[in-house]
Design a protein around this ligand. Sequence first.
Ligand SMILES: O=C(O)CCC(=O)C(=O)O
Length: 174
Amino acid sequence: MCAEAPAIAEHLLALYESLALDDLASQCLEDRPCLSVKKWVLRRSHLAVEEAGWHQDGAFMGAGIQSINLWLPLTDCGADTGAPGLDIVPARIDGLLRDGEGTFDWSVSPAFVKRELPPWQSPRFAAGDALFFDHFFLHRTQYRAHFSRPRYAVETWFFAESRAPANQVPLSWR
Ligand SMILES: O=C(O)CCC(=O)C(=O)O
């Protein structure tokens, strides 16, 4: 967790300030933004990558929140780069999906995604690209049988102060 790595947290907050991310988050959320202690994390994929569940983060954060996540790969990844990116469903979804057949109670099955939703995609990301999405966005860690390179990323969830999930430990930083 970034909150456990103060030097990195300070560096990231300075980066977010230089990019006026708090203003962007305020506009999207129509409220003062706060961060999540539990979902402000440094990620490193382990090889071999296990098949991950398709999920919406709202399934464990709650549907009634207001959120925006900055997913920031630090490695070229996705598509055919050999490092896992994200598999995404490029569709606006306004609620929680349930099919009862996912690997976890917060995930949905590949069969449901294939049957019910537009074709999913595995975009190519360059290190430093930014993908923003909310808690209803359906995605999973990109899954292929053979990846040869690890992938590093930063995940930062911002919440509206008035609609933040208590279970993700919201944190005001300004
Ligand atoms: O980095 C990943 O592979 C997964 C990210 C994710 O599931 C998320 O940001 O909610």
